[in-house]
Design a protein around this ligand. Structure first.
Ligand SMILES: [Zn+2]
Length: 189
């Protein structure tokens, strides 16, 4: 349960970073050339910075990471208040310092408060997921553009007159990409 919540948090944040990066990057790269590669549009770094700013919209998701420990804390305090072990819910005998069932100490957990540690962890989580999403996103864009270049080269094999094609961007990319033919310069020149 704890692991599921935490993995889901990482997954959601990374997915957000990935989708926003690929979406913005595909909108701002309008055309490429093949087989000699050049592209017209924004470079990955400014797009990544924009994505980091957009991560602020979902920064609250990072606190879902703390949910399992918050719930465990509340449950333990509620059980102790009812005269049961905070860990295993076993009814307690009077005047004991340890649970007779699971052996854990019967000290009430500290009350919950928003600590600096939480904020630090949330920032770390956001930056980590941002980096991961942006890196995978850039790889995704490069693969999509490579496939588009291959399509142009294949089209030219059928009809050498074809000198450009339009390519529908692969999800979550947005719009179309124009691929223009640009022969590689001769080695002698
Ligand atoms: Zn116990």
């Amino acid at each position: 349960m704890n692991l599921t919540v935490r993995l889901a948090t990482v997954f959601l944040l990374t997915l957000f970073s990935f989708m926003s990066f690929v979406g913005i990057r595909s909108m701002f790269v309008s055309s490429i050339t093949a087989p000699e590669k050049t592209s017209v549009g924004l470079e990955p770094v400014p797009v990544a910075v924009v994505c980091l700013i957009l991560m602020l919209l979902v920064c609250w998701v990072a606190f879902v990471w703390e949910l399992p420990s918050v719930l465990a804390n509340l449950r333990a305090r509620r059980r102790l208040a009812r005269g049961r072990c905070g860990q295993c819910d076993y009814p307690l005998e009077t005047d004991c310092t340890r649970c007779t069932e699971c052996g854990c100490e019967l000290v009430p957990p500290r009350p919950l408060e928003l600590s600096l540690q939480w904020v630090e962890r949330a920032v770390l989580l956001l930056v980590g997921c941002w980096l991961l999403g942006v890196s995978v996103g850039e790889g995704w864009i490069q693969l999509d553009q490579r496939d588009a270049s291959i399509r142009l080269i294949e089209s030219r094999a059928v009809d050498p007159e074809v000198d450009q094609i339009t390519w529908d961007r692969r999800w979550p990319g947005i719009g179309e990409l124009r691929v223009r033919w640009r022969p590689l310069p001769d080695a002698g020149e």
